[in-house]
Unconditional design. Structure first.
Length: 196
């Protein structure tokens, strides 16, 4: 991982096992819902539901600043806490949470390499206990819009020859399916952005 621009962002399952009880580290499992979390999770990990806690389903957008602050405070996360995220589905929803935390200025947020799948495959300790963290003080920053691309920016970039990469499955790209199997269909139509 040392070849990455920011290798400290991706932490190993060994690192998580060594730091799961560190009072300056909070671990959160982020899934489309909390069914997998309820069946067992990294000991001490919070369970975050992508659909209800990290997604504004009305606006189809990130959650507002005040909701991010509440999620952090309720999770015992302060501005100087190291937050490690992981989840199912190849860390998709953990990556979504990571992106939002960065948009709102959280300095030290990381992703567990391999996510839930790797943790379980290695036979690591699992827990069904749900932590009850003491509420913390948290102040999110103004949203960093440089970390987002809105439609006009994407259109301008593509006109200027910038390549658009669609990282979804072939079936999603072609419009055969609207979402991966087992996940809710949240898109409005199938297929891909022209030129991707």
């Amino acid at each position: 991982m040392s070849n990455y621009a920011n290798p400290e962002v991706l932490v190993s399952t060994d690192w998580v096992a060594q730091h799961k009880s560190d009072p300056k580290v909070v671990i959160a499992e982020v899934d489309v819902d909390t069914k997998a979390y309820d069946e067992g999770h990294v000991p001490g990990a919070l369970g975050w539901n992508w659909q209800t806690q990290l997604c504004d389903t009305v606006q189809r957008d990130i959650i507002p600043k005040n909701e991010m602050e509440k999620l952090m405070r309720d999770g015992g996360i302060s501005n100087d806490t190291t937050v490690v995220l992981y989840g199912d589905n190849n860390n998709w929803f953990a990556a979504w949470a990571f992106w939002q935390m960065k948009i709102y200025g959280h300095k030290d947020v990381r992703i567990m390499d391999g996510g839930r799948k790797k943790w379980v495959a290695e036979g690591r300790e699992m827990s069904k206990d749900k932590p009850a963290p003491k509420a913390a003080s948290y102040k999110a920053g103004a949203p960093d819009q440089a970390l987002r691309a809105f439609l006009p920016q994407v259109q301008d970039a593509m006109k200027n020859g910038v390549a658009m990469v669609d990282v979804r499955s072939v079936d999603e790209f072609t419009g055969k399916i609207l979402s991966p199997p087992g996940l809710p269909e949240t898109c409005q139509r199938g297929g891909h952005i022209p030129g991707a």
